[in-house]
Design a protein around this ligand. Sequence first.
Ligand code: BES
Ligand code: MN
Ligand code: ZN
Length: 483
Amino acid sequence: MLKVSAVALKDILKGTDPIALFAFEEGLAGGSFLSPAARKSLLARAKDEGFSGKAGETVSFLASDGSKDRRFVLAGLGKKASSDREGIRKAAASLYKTYKKRFPSLGFCPHAEIQASAEGLLLSSYEFSKYKKPEEGVLLASVLVPWADARERARCEASLAKAALGAEAVFFARDLVNTAPSDKTPLSLAEAAKGLAGSGVTVRVIEKEEAADLRLGSFLGVARGSVHPPALVHLIYKPKGAKKKIALVGKGITFDSGGLSLKPPQGMETMKCDMAGAALVLGVFKVLARLKPKVEVHGYAVMTYNLPAADAYKPGDVLRARNGKTIEVLNTDAEGRLVLADALCLAAEEKPDAIVDFATLTGAVLIALGSSVTGAMTNDKALLARLSSASRLADEPLWELPLPKEYEENIKGKIADLQNIGKVRGEAGTLIGGLFLREFVGSVPWVHLDIAGTAWTDSEKPYCPAGGTGAPVRTVLEYLSAY
Ligand code: BES
Ligand code: MN
Ligand code: ZN
């Protein structure tokens, strides 16, 4: 795997590794260790090769570094005035993708945003190799990010460590999402979760019998459709001296066929991604003990298949969630809210300062916000503001959607307290999902993130191949780090 480490600039200059720099359309970004004459000749060489600094461009050539000839690599950032952190991630990603097979290592000298630069390299190096030989000859073993002086060293290393932990969490989540649905039963995911136990993290697996004792009737209703038993994993990270407690709840439908309200074949093609919320929670816990945020974190990954087999639950069935609320199931394909209902009850009982849930809940959010923006709904604006600023740091956009009073009537049941779909077909599906979930968090500050659009991509993105994206894992890490 690609490794990014900090090395002193003088050591990079001593060696023969190519040196990679960013460049704006207006000129080099950074590279102040080069003489003005060297910088000028570098740009002239780049221009000869047709490089103009536009975003996405890369170029490689031989030039003098002032003392000897060596290879330089430039990656374009576009116009200086419009350059931003996400542009830096993307430029670093083009750098990695273009030269990964050419150079065994590289002296990378970003002018700023060390963390984002490293994230671009690391995240674009992801490959899912469970079922296929990994790409051969990917030689970029280490990338050297220099610190100019001793004072900068600690800062540089901290940024790189944060980027590496973020990438590790993202890769863990992507791997789980990309895994074939038959290869990730709820119990096997629970086993994977147990593997995360260790220094600072405890893991408890609630299996079917215990779930029944806990009266998780809504969750167990969905699970009846599969011969593979469900599992609800509760992970706890509890650092000494933590003053706040946060609960993260992830939807973990290991395959969503729709159940008896069966999806059409096309709608099912990507439904192995329906456990992305749970994968995100597990990804976060993979790195939490090393990231060391000063906050207690409870993770809930609630896992089951949604299948029309076994003794499947049926439209018309009435389920009773842990908080006593009864739910008339009118559509077995609105199963995510049913499994989350019980998990949210458990989370709320711990009396955390905040609950954040992550769920590939509705196809409607993809229509509303597309595949780059997560839909957010909340009962607490201040909590959402904290998450939003974390999401801006990670450049994983989220956008608030309302929970309108006018629509509350929509989820009131005829013969039960609630029904699991709205009364007007095809209207405000994402908001209805959010309103339904709110019924299970009591008065705890809560944010619901509908990641149905963002957790999966059908086509390659700048630093993510097609498949699971791992979004918004980095947002959560930034959010927790800010406590
Ligand atoms: N898992 C799906 C939502 C989904 C759709 C995720 C597309 C990722 C991509 C969810 O369980 C579902 O089926 N939702 C229904 C709800 C409806 C029956 C109220 C939907 O969106 O159609
Ligand atoms: Mn569904
Ligand atoms: Zn689903």
